[in-house]
Ligand binder design. Structure first.
Ligand SMILES: [Zn+2]
Length: 156
């Protein structure tokens, strides 16, 4: 994925995950996705590592279903009008479909137990970024720096 495409991908997925999230675990997923905003991660270094999502062993299947619902909702172009620009529809849809296949194929054995999220946040070493706090404009869960959409292009 090119940088520009990854931005759009993260944004549409964040919006949909944020609007669908209800449980604590689902909110974690929405925040995790938003926190992979390249604007704060640095251009070009973003790797969307599925094994490092905030999976739990207990609720793995439910979490997987939630993520698939968020992808499907993004694919149905829900909230795309919030982007404030016209994304290249075909490429975004293709990357969402690819991501969907990766999630479908992902199994519980593949979870990376050493991932930063589990070590830092679930281990209690650091408090989670403003949990449950949403952008008043976009309804997206905020990451460390703010909203994935408000932040886009406004500071960097
Ligand atoms: Zn916003």
């Amino acid at each position: 994925m090119s940088n520009g495409l990854t931005d759009v991908f993260i944004q549409v997925l964040s919006i949909n995950a944020s609007h669908l999230a209800q449980t604590d675990a689902e909110i974690d997923f929405a925040i995790w996705i938003a926190s992979h905003d390249q604007a704060i991660q640095g251009r070009g270094i973003m790797g969307f590592d599925i094994s490092a999502l905030p999976w739990s062993i207990e609720n793995f299947e439910a979490e997987k279903k939630f993520l698939l619902r968020a992808v499907d909702s993004a694919k149905a172009k829900h909230y795309w009008d919030m982007l404030g620009y016209e994304p290249r529809e075909e490429t975004v849809l293709r990357s969402l479909e690819k991501f969907r296949e990766l999630i479908e194929d992902f199994t519980i054995e593949l979870i990376n137990r050493d991932n930063l999220w589990l070590l830092v946040y679930k281990g209690g070493a650091m408090s989670k970024p403003a949990k449950g706090e949403k952008c008043s404009v976009h309804g997206i869960y905020l990451h460390e720096v703010g909203c994935v959409l408000c932040f886009d292009g406004s500071i960097l």
